[in-house]
Design a protein around this ligand. Structure first.
Ligand code: ATP
Length: 237
């Protein structure tokens, strides 16, 4: 089933056109990754899906319904939740308070308890640091809080923008393993990554963005084996 569909989507920042008529789909249960150079429009695509940027053209459909003009907070209620680039952890709040921000609009106390358990199972480190202030966590730990907070909304679609950015190698491996775990537990994932090798090897499908347009689409492993992609994004000819 198609969970998310972007159809001919354009986005402008003032007069600058950041996306020019892109179309893509995410099927329920998939990990789909967007790769592309700096400035290609990856974060813009994510912000258009989460509702932080208005479309200048095109439509976004989620679970069969047009959400193109729906407010960002109502998209969260529908099941779209984003762990933003740069993490966005509230520095003066504890780990627990940060996680609670992810589920403030939910009323199902039993479900919330289950999701806390799930987040602590995925990130045992957060359980150990539950009372620590966000601003004093390491970069990797802040990334865990950002992903955990997004999961606390119990999303059907999790948007991850550069989850490995700035992390030490052992954390990078861990974050990618956790993304696969989250997906295997039933959450659909749309992932933006500079780390194209790791992202494509874990994704069911991928899209290549160049200067605001999609230039290639295919299976994760298929794109990984593509000589032009190897050359441009994987650092090996
Ligand atoms: P990166 O990996 O560097 O974050 P990206 O693929 O995520 O790149 P975007 O951040 O989506 O790229 O940017 C796409 C284009 O839109 C770029 O040309 C960028 O300069 C421009 N852009 C992004 N944000 C703004 C803004 N707030 N105002 C004006 N232009 C912007």
């Amino acid at each position: 089933m198609t969970l998310l569909e972007l159809s001919d989507v354009s986005v402008h920042y003032g007069r600058i056109q950041a996306l020019s008529g892109i179309s893509l789909t995410v099927q329920e249960g998939e990990i789909v990754t967007l790769i592309g150079a700096n400035g290609a429009g990856k974060s813009t695509t994510m912000r258009a899906v989460s509702g932080l940027l208005p479309l200048s053209r095109g439509t976004i459909t989620f679970d069969g319904q047009d959400i193109s003009r729906l407010r960002a907070d109502l998209r969260v209620v529908r099941g779209i939740s984003q762990a933003p680039e740069g993490r966005g952890v509230f520095p003066g709040m504890t780990v627990l308070e940060n996680l609670e921000m992810g589920c403030y609009s939910r009323k199902d106390r039993k479900g919330i308890r289950e999701d806390f358990e799930r987040v602590y199972e995925l990130f045992p480190r957060l359980k150990e640091r539950i009372g620590q202030q966000g601003g004093t966590l390491s970069g990797g730990e802040q990334q865990m809080v950002a992903i955990g907070r997004a999961l606390m909304a119990r999303p059907r679609l999790l948007l991850l923008d550069e989850p490995s950015m700035g992390l030490a190698p052992q954390f990078i491996r861990q974050i990618f393993r956790i993304i696969t775990d989250i997906n295997e537990q039933g959450t659909t994932v749309l992932l933006v990554e500079q780390n194209a090798q790791s992202a494509l090897s874990r994704a069911h499908r991928g899209y290549v963005l160049e200067s605001g347009g999609i230039t290639k689409a295919g299976g994760g492993r298929e794109l990984l084996a593509d000589p032009a992609i190897k050359d441009a994004y994987l650092g090996v000819a």
